[in-house]
Design a protein around this ligand. Sequence first.
Ligand SMILES: NC(=O)c1ccc[n+]([C@@H]2O[C@H](COP(=O)([O-])OP(=O)(O)OC[C@H]3O[C@@H](n4cnc5c(N)ncnc54)[C@H](O)[C@@H]3O)[C@@H](O)[C@H]2O)c1
Ligand SMILES: O=c1ccn([C@@H]2O[C@H](COP(=O)(O)OP(=O)(O)O[C@H]3O[C@H](CO)[C@@H](O)[C@H](O)[C@H]3O)[C@@H](O)[C@H]2O)c(=O)[nH]1
Length: 424
Amino acid sequence: MKISIIGSGYVGVVTGACLSEFGHEIIFVDIDQKKIDLLNKGIPPIYELGLADILEKNKHLISATDDYNSAIGATDLTFISVGTPCAENGTIDTVYVRSAAENIGSALKNTGKKDIHTIIVKSTVFPGTTESVVLDALERMSGKTAGEGFYLGCNPEFLKEGVAIEDFMNPDRIVIGSYDDGAGRVLSELYASFDCPKVITGIKTAEMIKYTSNAFLATKISFANEIGNICKKAGIDTEEVFKGVGLDARINPSFFRSGIGFGGSCFPKDVRALLSGAAESGVDTAILKAVLDVNEAQPLVMIDLLNKHIPDLKGRKVGLLGLAFKPDTDDIRESRAIPVISALTDMGAEVVGYDPLASENMSVLFPDVVYAKEISEVMACDAVLITTEWPEFENLDYSGKLVIDGRRVRRAAETAEIYEGVCW
Ligand SMILES: NC(=O)c1ccc[n+]([C@@H]2O[C@H](COP(=O)([O-])OP(=O)(O)OC[C@H]3O[C@@H](n4cnc5c(N)ncnc54)[C@H](O)[C@@H]3O)[C@@H](O)[C@H]2O)c1
Ligand SMILES: O=c1ccn([C@@H]2O[C@H](COP(=O)(O)OP(=O)(O)O[C@H]3O[C@H](CO)[C@@H](O)[C@H](O)[C@H]3O)[C@@H](O)[C@H]2O)c(=O)[nH]1
């Protein structure tokens, strides 16, 4: 198929790159000229394991542009994968989705396309958004009617950063929300060779499946952290507890890693959006509120543990191992290192941070932090705080150090002079 992808971020580029592996021709559309130039050279605009190889290998199938008319005119299927950031009231800001849909609608009109075009929303949007914001923009700008002049659907994405290619290629399920039979048919054909359950449903239900999945995973993590805090006080190993708990097939062992909570571009934003959307419709969401409250408090447990050993942090050097919101990414969005750095600087500590990929991104938020080129600079600090579990932190020698571990690095527990695990 010939496929255009609007928005060349984590989701867009991974989707396009993976679909090119099946021989589909891909045109990326973005408003960021830097990303367009990189993609046209076969270089990924974001870091994701394995992405560079695919883009280089399939260069002949891939191009990028800011011109909607040429991209829509040359393709049969368009994915919208632009960002849906948090608006001030906690709901999603649909400005990018609306603008993408308006531009697609105009292009459908300008190019005078005769063949029926399919538009699929891959961005995470609050239930109802595709059938209101997107549908309205497409019909208004194209002069066509959904289901007759174009097909409309949604296909939420479940990939995890860092393992995004693997997740896209081997999904647990594919969810297809269809406004009309056409969108369902086109996506069923596109994904025919994927050997996984396909959930074909209405658009609002598909949108809700995405929010519910993320909210449930976030709930598991906050629950694990609350239980972890109880275990820490009682001298019980949380990991062993969840090993025992997760063996119950009704529960499942994944996403029970306790620590300093969840960050990233999705869990915090999506739980907030669900909560705000529920409040707007008069539904009280006690569980979702608690999930966020636990997640806000959890990174600060590190500071309490540090204060136990160094009561006055003024002028003391505190090293941070890990700045990214999780390993194998340069993404710092909602990283749990952020509240830790803020608290430390508020208390007058000098922060030295190290991350294999994310230092540059973090330096935009915190220009006054010292970004270490070598881990030894962090290890020379008065205390070492582990905020991201990069595999290389398992190979360090922590002897003689005071370590507060937010992510359970075994080697630190074994070798540190003073070791405090956040929930163990
Ligand atoms: N990052 C993830 O792991 C992940 C996983 C599943 C779902 N999602 C969802 O997918 C969506 C995209 O997330 P992301 O992380 O890829 O975002 P991102 O910020 O990395 O990328 C969005 C891209 O869209 C471009 N853009 C914005 N407006 C545009 C327009 N009008 N026309 C063309 N391009 C435009 C931006 O320049 C940017 O390159 C969000 O709704 C997110 O919640 C993200
Ligand atoms: O047991 C766990 C698992 C994760 N985390 C933290 O949770 C955050 C998110 O991790 P992860 O889910 O691996 O990364 P994301 O790339 O944010 O992926 C989530 O968000 C995406 C965007 O919606 C979804 O597509 C994915 O299915 C969903 O896992 C990170 O800060 C992790 O450190 C924990 O603290 N404990």
